[in-house]
Structure formats: structure tokens, C-alpha cells
Design a protein around this ligand. Structure first.
Ligand code: FAD
Length: 300
């Protein structure tokens, strides 16, 4: 670690943050420190940092907007890399769109709808970055990002640039099978020409559905568990009486049983304990073992 800290320090100076709290970088506002946290502004910087970490055998974690994460209270060992504003550009050429991995997913949806391009309306209200959305194969209301992806650009574990075809991404339900350590830098999409007014109407419809169902104004990380085949996790959790159940300062939302909210000062252990209670209770009640949708990351 010291070797990497020195090498990155020489290159990035005060931009390299040491023992840096991660809670402010997550929508849950939970999580301990990263040994090293670095925000890179170009592909060249990303290649440099990843190659250096690889040479020093230090693990690297790619942090997006932190909206699908439970970062452990002990934090993340090794190097955490965030993509800076240099990765936010959205370019449109006809139906082809290239979005930087740090671009806001909601901004991407809004931008393409205004250009009368169809295929991402489902994504209205999904927080996070384009890179995180790709890794999670983000989706809602029957849609997901994978069908419109034509190419994924990024940097390998060793610090080399590489572009992947959709088959190499391995899209599945709320996950992908990207090569280990692959950091996404930008994504190419192919959308369809649409009618701006109908696309706007669809977006408003999605927004209204979300406003009805989701907790607002309290830190959370979206759906905690994936929907099991043919079932809704929220329904199973509600039937098991979990709405409002609390562990420490974390609780299942009264509004939507598949959301855990941070009531203020919740720890990652509170969230994990609540998840374990819920899994056990749902398994006993309905025989279904729920699989987490949020990612528990760091040192537990
Ligand atoms: C209120 C709320 C509502 C939500 N609703 C939905 C919904 O309807 N549908 C849905 O699918 N999700 C939903 N989510 C979950 C979350 O918004 C998505 O999973 C989102 O796509 C995660 O993006 P992110 O940038 O925050 O990724 P992060 O949470 O930062 O990371 C998620 C994973 O992606 C990896 N990652 C991130 N960026 C990169 C990159 N550039 N290169 C390589 N790996 C990377 C991380 O290492 C991590 O493994 C919701 C969350 C909240 C808080």
C-alpha cells in the first residue's frame, strides 16, 4: 500500500485522499473509510492509477454514485477510484448515443427524450451514474438498459483500454459478468426514433408511479432485494410483517417494504442485521430465499 500511496501521491498530489470517509459518497450515507480515494479526470489518469495498483497488488474498487451500495463500517481496503467530470459527456449522432460513465443516468434519460429517442424512458428516476447503471443492468417497470447497449468502453485490471461487445458484458437481471476489475469509462447505445410527446408522457407516468411507491427524503439505496422469479420481494417482505421493522437506526420503510431507510446514524451492521432478519423471516414464511440487490462492499 505504501508503494502505491507514494506513486499515486507523486502523480496526483493532494487529489489523492488517504483514509477518507465514504459515507458522503453513498445515497445511504453509511460506510467507513477507503484506504485511498482518487478521482480521475481522464482515461489516461485511470490507466495510470489502475496499472500502479496492479503492479503493487492493491485491490481497486470502482465507485459510481454510490446509490446501490452498503459500504461496511470498516470501509474499503485498497484504492477506491471515482470518475470525475471528464467522464460526464453525452454525445448524440442520430440514434447513436455515447454516454460517459460518470454521467447522471437521469440526465441521460432526459437528454435522449428531448431528442425524441426511445428506449430509456423506464430509467426516469433511477439515480446513479451511467457506469453503475450498466454494471447493475439498471431497470424498472419492465425495461432495462441492456437491450440498447452496443459497446462498453473501459480500462482493465492491468490498466489497458478495452472495448467490450454486449455478449462480453454478460447482462443478467440486475447484474453483469464483466471481466474482473474492469472499470467502465463510456457506453455506446443505439436508441430508436420516437415521438417526443409520447416519450415525455411515458416519463411522467413512470415518475408518478415512483412518487407513489418509494420513500422520499430519507437516505436509502433503492430496492434491497431482487424480485424472485414470478414474485415481488416487496410483497414477500410485507407479508412477513417487515414494514417498519428496525435494527439500530435502520428500518424497513413503512412506504415500501423492499426499502431500508437510514433514520439517522444507521451503521452498515444495522442494515446487514436487518437484511439477515428479513431473509430468515421470508424464508420461513414463504420458502423463498431473497437475494440482495444492493451490494455489500468493503471489509465486514
Ligand atoms: C431511491 C432509489 C431508487 C432506485 N431505483 C432503482 C430502479 O428502479 N432500478 C434499478 O435498477 N436500480 C435502482 N436503484 C439502485 C441504483 O440506483 C442503481 O443500481 C444504479 O444504477 C447504481 O449506479 P451507481 O452509479 O450509484 O453505482 P454504485 O452504487 O456506485 O455501484 C454499483 C456497482 O457498480 C460498480 N460500478 C459503478 N461504476 C462503475 C464503473 N464506472 N466501472 C465499473 N464498475 C462500476 C460498483 O463497483 C458497484 O459494484 C435505486 C436506488 C435508489 C437510491
Amino acid at each position: 500500500m505504501n508503494g502505491l500511496e507514494r506513486q499515486l501521491g507523486e502523480r496526483f498530489g493532494e487529489r489523492l485522499c488517504v483514509n477518507w470517509p465514504l459515507a458522503p459518497f453513498t445515497s445511504f450515507r453509511i460506510g467507513g473509510p477507503a484506504d485511498l480515494l482518487l478521482t480521475v479526470e481522464s482515461e489516461e489518469e485511470l490507466c495510470f492509477a489502475k496499472a500502479a495498483a496492479n503492479r503493487n497488488a492493491v485491490p481497486v474498487f470502482s465507485l459510481g454514485a454510490g446509490t446501490n451500495l452498503v459500504v461496511s463500517d470498516r470501509g474499503i481496503r485498497g484504492l477506491v477510484i471515482r470518475l470525475g467530470d471528464g467522464f460526464r459527456r453525452i454525445e448524440i449522432d442520430g440514434c447513436n448515443v455515447t454516454a460517459g460513465a460518470a454521467a447522471d443516468f437521469g440526465v441521460l434519460v432526459e437528454t435522449v427524450v428531448e431528442r425524441a429517442l426511445a428506449g430509456l424512458e423506464f430509467g426516469e428516476g433511477i439515480p446513479g451514474s451511467v457506469g453503475g447503471g450498466l454494471v447493475m443492468n439498471a431497470g424498472a417497470f419492465g425495461g432495462e438498459i441492456s437491450p440498447v447497449v452496443t459497446r462498453v468502453h473501459g480500462v482493465t485490471l492491468e490498466g489497458e483500454r478495452r472495448a467490450l461487445a454486449p455478449e462480453e458484458v454478460g447482462f443478467a437481471y440486475r447484474r453483469t459478468h464483466l471481466p474482473a476489475g474492469f472499470a467502465i469509462t463510456r457506453v455506446d447505445l443505439e436508441l430508436k426514433p420516437g415521438c417526443r410527446e409520447s416519450l415525455r408522457a411515458r416519463v411522467l407516468e413512470v415518475r408518478a408511479k415512483r412518487a407513489l411507491r418509494q420513500p422520499r427524503g430519507v437516505p436509502n439505496a433503492g430496492s434491497i432485494f431482487k424480485n424472485p422469479p414470478g414474485k415481488f420481494a416487496g410483497r414477500l417482505l410485507e407479508d412477513a410483517g417487515l414494514k417498519g421493522t428496525r435494527a439500530g437506526n435502520a428500518a424497513f420503510s413503512e412506504r415500501h417494504a423492499n426499502f431500508i431507510v437510514n433514520l439517522g446514524g444507521a451503521t452498515a451492521e444495522d442494515v446487514r442485521a436487518l437484511m439477515e432478519t428479513a431473509r430468515e423471516r421470508v424464508r420461513l414464511m414463504s420458502g423463498v430465499t431473497l437475494e440482495p440487490e444492493v451490494r455489500l462492499v468493503g471489509e465486514w
